[in-house]
Design a protein. Structure first.
Length: 590
């Protein structure tokens, strides 16, 4: 049975009478007027204005009708023709990791001494004195440039030796912040003087390189592990600061709700931010799948929480990722000769119990049966064609044995490489959501066909899935991997799905252009559909009376611009709970 969100909502034309018992001041908190308001119903209805009151949408309709809600204390935003959308919903983020990279050290683009020094200096200015900077993954982008298959092929003949800095590059700009850094594949490690001192590391340690009796800062993996043991746990204040940086990034792109793969200690961060009024986006938290029984025993059910923080379907893992050639296929990779791997769930970073993967044998089946019986909706990572078929088999068995459930909304996370239209048809028949991240398309296509050949035709098969009746759910996988930063910008995600071209416009016409979708399908995948995935279709995803007042104001109508211009459309205002939480510098008409 094909599952579709119920989106037939009639446009409210100031249906409720403003004011109270003849009051002349209706007292709307905020009115947006004089633009194009896309409400998200099946008919594609548009309005001119919207009124917000007490965190909810009070009215939507013509400028004259909504104008009746303007009172003495109402803030009025003149849209001057701009476009208003329901706030965007991102289906997949690693929020705490994004905050770490935004506030901490991010060396993905660094491949020389100057770049390293500059980035470490900038990070030291952002961090409080004494806070450690770790990781960074220097040289990642340079390494990927060496080979179209992401380092799996032969390096270019003129490729230089990997960048291997010593502590002299960074000591002068990080005296108060210990730094333990490593390159993209963790084959090289670097510690500054402050880190060496904090750990008590000296030339007597195995794996500490020294010259003239002084550590150079270069370390073996074992020595780096010993120093890492000296890194203190982050303070709550630092984790809150990282979260504020991540929330600011989300707000700048019109995101008002995000699904997060949530480690347990992140829950306190969200609660603290809500208590202080600093939570500027709503969060749907996903724990790992093997915690379903712990959540059940604690009284946590699917959707437990409130409109700010909710528990959502837990996440499991079938296979690895394409970036490391560990996604599971029926046939081997052309570059490695292996078929990929079944994920054991032990490398999620938040491991409890046996893990949330396929090992030991029968583990995933046990987890999905149990979670479904408790009323949860498992969402399971599957990328390769065999992995996708395997989780579909399992989901089907669970539905047959456990019987119907009105609120069952299973999802395949990533859903990257299907076998063909028959897979899409089966997925639609089972009602399985395709929870995808379209920006992956224009990042992975640089090496996809070299790794898997003609199977690349069915990678990110948006149109085939949509035509079959599969519900598309879009997001970002922000902040990405050690080889790529995945933007959280929904407009660039839509661009990727609509054009299938890189940000610089290649290949002309798009990569496998038959899988392009139109802008309306992409918009719904970031709004209406994601609200339905979360069971929040009665309050999110569209602009209708009584819905949460979460909106994004865009500088241009994405339906009107050329597809190749979607990536450049900016968000002027982001509104959450009726409050403006982001205003683009220099934006007009407000």
């Amino acid at each position: 049975m094909v599952r579709r969100p119920l989106v037939a909502v009639s446009l409210v034309l100031a249906a409720c009478v403003p004011g109270d018992g003849g009051s002349t001041d209706p007292g709307a908190d905020l009115v947006l007027t004089g633009g194009t308001v896309w409400i998200g119903d099946d008919a594609g209805t548009r309005a001119e204005a919207v009124a917000l009151l007490d965190g909810r949408i009070a009215a939507v309709g013509s400028a004259a009708e909504v104008g009746e809600w303007i009172g003495d204390d109402t803030e009025v935003v003149e849209l001057d023709g701009r476009f208003v959308s329901p706030g965007f919903i991102d289906n997949h983020t690693h929020f705490n990791r994004a905050g770490e990279l935004l506030l901490g050290v991010n060396l993905l683009e660094v491949s020389d001494a100057e770049g390293l020094r500059n980035e470490v200096a900038a990070t030291a200015e952002r961090l409080p004195a004494g806070a450690w900077m770790t990781g960074g993954s220097w040289g990642a982008y340079e390494q990927w440039a060496l080979s179209s298959t992401g380092g799996e092929g032969e390096p270019a003949p003129d490729a230089r030796a990997p960048f291997d800095p010593d502590r002299s590059v960074i000591d002068g700009v990080s005296p108060d912040n210990p730094a333990l850094l490593w390159n993209w594949d963790r084959s090289l490690y670097l510690a500054n003087g402050a880190a060496l001192a904090a750990a008590g590391a000296d030339c007597s340690w195995a794996g500490v390189e020294c010259e003239a009796g002084e550590p150079t800062g270069r370390l073996s993996a074992e020595a780096a592990g010993r120093i890492r043991g000296a890194v203190p746990d982050k303070t709550l204040e630092q984790r809150l600061a990282e979260a504020r940086a991540a929330l600011a990034d989300l707000a700048s792109f019109g995101i008002t709700t995000f699904f997060d793969i949530t480690p347990p200690d992140q829950v306190e961060v969200y609660e603290r931010l809500r208590e202080s009024g600093e939570l500027t986006a709503r969060v749907n938290m996903r724990m790992v799948l093997d915690t379903w029984d712990e959540m059940r025993d604690a009284g946590i059910t699917e959707g437990f929480g409130d409109d700010w923080i909710r528990y959502q379907g837990p996440k499991g893992f079938v296979d690895g990722i394409m970036g490391s050639s560990q996604a599971r296929f029926y046939e081997p990779y052309l570059t490695t000769g292996v078929r990929g791997y079944w994920r054991d769930g032990s490398n999620t970073g938040y491991v409890t119990g046996q893990g949330s993967g396929m090992a030991p044998a029968g583990n995933m089946e046990r987890l999905v049966f149990g979670a479904d019986s408790a009323g949860f909706n498992p969402r399971v990572h599957a990328i390769g064609d065999e992995a996708i078929d395997s989780i579909m088999d399992l989901f089907e068995r669970v539905m047959e044995v456990n019987g119907p459930r009105d609120d069952r909304r299973f999802a395949i996370i990533h859903n990257q490489v299907i076998r063909g239209p028959e897979t899409a048809a089966r997925q639609a028949e089972l009602g399985l959501i395709a929870e995808m991240q379209p920006y992956h398309t224009i990042d992975d296509m640089r090496w996809m066909e070299e790794r898997i050949g003609e199977r690349g035709r069915w990678a990110y098969a948006f149109k085939t899935l949509d035509d079959a009746g599969v519900l598309l759910s879009f997001g970002s996988d922000w902040p990405g991997t050690n080889a790529a930063w995945y933007t959280v910008n929904p407009l660039q995600g839509m661009y990727a799905a609509v054009t299938r071209m890189t940000l610089d416009g290649t290949p002309e016409g798009g990569w496998f252009p038959e899988e392009r979708i139109d802008i309306d399908t992409a918009m719904r995948a970031y709004t209406v559909n994601n609200a339905w995935v979360a069971g929040e279709e009665d309050r999110k995803g569209r602009i209708a009376e009584g819905y949460l007042a979460d909106l994004a104001v865009l500088e241009a109508d994405p339906y009107a611009v050329a597809p190749e211009e979607l990536k450049d459309v900016r968000v002027d205002l982001t509104i959450v709970d009726g409050r403006i939480v982001y205003r683009r510098a220099g934006e007009a008409g407000s």
